[in-house]
Design a protein around this ligand. Structure first.
Ligand SMILES: CC(=O)N[C@H]1[C@@H](OP(=O)(O)OP(=O)(O)OC[C@H]2O[C@@H](n3ccc(=O)[nH]c3=O)[C@H](O)[C@@H]2O)O[C@H](CO)[C@@H](O)[C@@H]1O[C@H](C)C(=O)N[C@@H](C)C(=O)N[C@H](CCC(=O)O)C(=O)O
Ligand SMILES: Nc1ncnc2c1ncn2[C@@H]1O[C@H](COP(=O)(O)OP(=O)(O)OP(=O)(O)O)[C@@H](O)[C@H]1O
Ligand SMILES: N[C@H](CCC[C@H](N)C(=O)O)C(=O)O
Ligand SMILES: [Mg+2]
Length: 501
């Protein structure tokens, strides 16, 4: 694509000379990282929390970028550079809205892929990964091909890549959507994080379905308060993004609030507790899952699912709603449901032999609400004591730590507080923050080394006990300082189980 065409209106508003020779050049690619520039690329210098990427325009141009699009501040600074007095001045274009511009350039460069896909977005504090996987599964089982973008990976038939972010930044996002179209996908199911909505990562995408799972405390390091966090999540339901159906959890207070703001015709509600567009009756929770009757806008049907816990029933209702709105038959959906047993690292059982005398569950609960849910969901299936091993991530919301400590102490019988991903914080301080929420009547064990903590729990468990390892789920790493080492709760649990037997 020619640079002049890519820039479009930005060129008119930026005051740049319309006759710069670079404008006729062919754009080879886009990048927001000056260190990754390839000859022929356009560099988009994003203002960040640490630096203004636009300040790296010079090294981007030196690496072969044909133009740099930067903030007005970076452009102003750049103008004093002697290079602008030369015969061939660089092309540095200011934009007063870099988030919008970045998404716009990426969308134009990749030919608006989201318009050619049926897009399904899932937002909420918890349940996004589980719900998107279930929607992907139901679509695939009905013969529709779908891309999945989320915390674990980006994938479609024959392709899987580990994800760096739950929701990719615009250049990567639009590139992935374009690649999904190229291999014949009709749908894209994606987790849309509040960070992404606040930063405009998904601008340029229109959604046929948007799901709101819930809103509970997390990310208060990034969002000012819960209202600010809710406002970010609610953006997905604005008319600029949502063109079809909102599927909203009525059991959640913020879900109720969201429903009040939306046009009732464009909403399907779901609930595990009360009457809603999608709800259930005759429920039976067993150790091997849940069964009952599904009530939907397309009729009722008996169902059975191996998913454990009430929260997963909520995820199931959301996914069924998304599948129905996408044109799947209810009969095909209920026929497929027994075949979906969950997502890696979510309520994942670790079992090394059939007659294992303790249960070991690895789960990704890393917020107060999810920890509470997973402990409550596990209780009915554990005849002995529940031993909860968990910690909290460093450089993230600190206010959730004592709350999680309190929940673990209240709902488990034994608590082992350990490190999650300490990142650049002092691990001992994080442990203290968690322990601060544990009542004096409870005596937690504190073991900073996560491998030792897991082993201790598994060795001391008595027959019938359950060891519940929360916080890291599918993660196969631990971040200590700025270093990422290999670490997998499931591997550690398996090794400890081998030592036990
Ligand atoms: C808060 C946030 O979103 N941070 C993201 C942001 O980092 P930053 O603001 O610190 O960036 P910065 O270092 O100031 O750099 C600004 C710009 O200059 C560029 N730069 C910088 C240096 C240089 O030499 N050259 C250059 O071009 C960078 O590429 C960047 O575009 O831009 C980086 C590059 O794109 C991201 O990797 C980084 O995500 C960090 C790793 C992160 O932890 N994000 C988390 C909080 C996140 O996004 N989480 C959500 C939700 C998770 C969930 O609940 O599921 C997600 O969607 O993943
Ligand atoms: N609907 C739900 N409501 C509350 N808790 C849930 C729900 N679904 C899952 N959980 C709990 O939250 C944890 C994370 O679930 P999941 O990975 O599906 O959520 P997510 O929204 O993708 O999280 P993240 O934002 O960290 O990627 C699970 O391990 C489980 O403990
Ligand atoms: N998406 C979440 C993941 C947290 C996982 C937990 N293991 C941690 O590192 O805090 C976040 O960025 O807050
Ligand atoms: Mg996720």
């Amino acid at each position: 694509m020619q640079l002049r065409k890519l820039l479009g209106e930005l060129l008119a508003t930026s005051g740049e000379l319309p006759n710069h020779p670079a404008l006729e050049a062919e754009v080879k690619g886009l990048t927001t990282n000056s260190l990754a520039v390839q000859p022929g690329d356009v560099f988009i210098g994003m203002p960040g929390t640490r630096v203004d990427g636009g300040d790296f325009w010079q090294s981007a141009i030196a690496a072969g970028a044909i133009a740099a699009v930067v903030s007005p501040q970076a452009a102003e600074k750049a103008k004093s550079d002697p290079a602008f007095q030369s015969e061939n001045p660089p092309l540095v274009i200011p934009s007063s809205d870099m988030a919008q511009t970045c998404a716009q350039l990426a969308t134009t460069f990749y030919h608006s892929p989201a318009q050619k896909l049926k897009m399904i977005g899932v937002t909420g504090t918890n349940g996004k990964t589980t719900t998107t996987h279930l929607i992907e599964y139901l679509l695939e089982r009905s013969g529709k091909s779908s891309a999945l973008l989320g915390t674990l990976y980006t994938r479609w038939k024959g392709f899987q890549q580990t994800a760096l972010h739950t929701t990719p930044f615009p250049v990567e996002l639009q590139h992935q959507l374009k690649s999904a179209i190229d291999v014949g996908c009709d749908f894209a199911v994606m987790e849309v994080s509040s960070h992404a909505l606040a930063q405009g990562r998904t601008l340029g995408c229109e959604f046929e379905v948007a799901v709101f799972t819930n809103l509970t405390q997390d990310h208060l390091d990034f969002h000012r308060d819960m209202d600010d966090y809710f406002a970010a999540k609610a953006l997905l339901f604005d008319s600029g993004y949502l063109k079809g159906k909102a599927i909203v959890n009525l059991d959640d207070a913020y879900g109720k609030k969201l429903v009040e703001k939306l046009n009732p015709k464009s909403v399907w509600t779901y609930s595990t507790q009360e009457k809603a567009d999608l709800c259930t009756s005759n429920l039976q929770y067993e150790s091997d899952g849940v069964s009952g009757t599904l009530h939907t806008p397309m009729g009722d049907a008996a169902f059975k699912s191996p998913l454990i816990g009430q929260f997963n029933l909520a995820n199931l209702l959301a996914a069924v709603g998304a599948a129905l709105h996408s044109g799947l038959e209810l009969s095909a959906i209920v026929e497929a449901l027994p075949g979906f047993s969950g997502v890696p690292g979510r309520m994942e059982q670790v079992q090394i032999k059939p007659d294992q005398d303790i249960s070991v569950i690895v789960d990704y609960a890393h917020t107060p609400d999810s920890l509470e849910n997973m402990l409550k969901a596990s209780r009915p299936f554990i005849s002995g004591q529940m031993i909860c091993v968990f910690g909290c991530g460093g450089d993230r919301d600190r206010t959730k730590r004592p709350k999680m400590g309190n929940i673990a102490a209240t709902l488990a019988d034994q608590v082992i507080v350990t490190s999650d991903n300490p990142r650049t914080e002092d691990p001992e301080q994080i442990l203290k923050d968690v322990v601060a929420g544990i009542p004096d009547t409870v005596n937690p064990t504190v073991i900073a080394d996560r491998a030792v903590a897991i082993k201790t729990a598994i060795m001391q468990a008595k027959p019938g006990d359950g060891v519940l390892i929360a916080g890291k789920g599918h993660e196969d790493y631990q971040i200590l300082g700025t270093e990422k080492i290999h670490f997998d709760d499931r591997e550690q649990a398996r090794a400890a189980l081998s030592d036990r037997y």
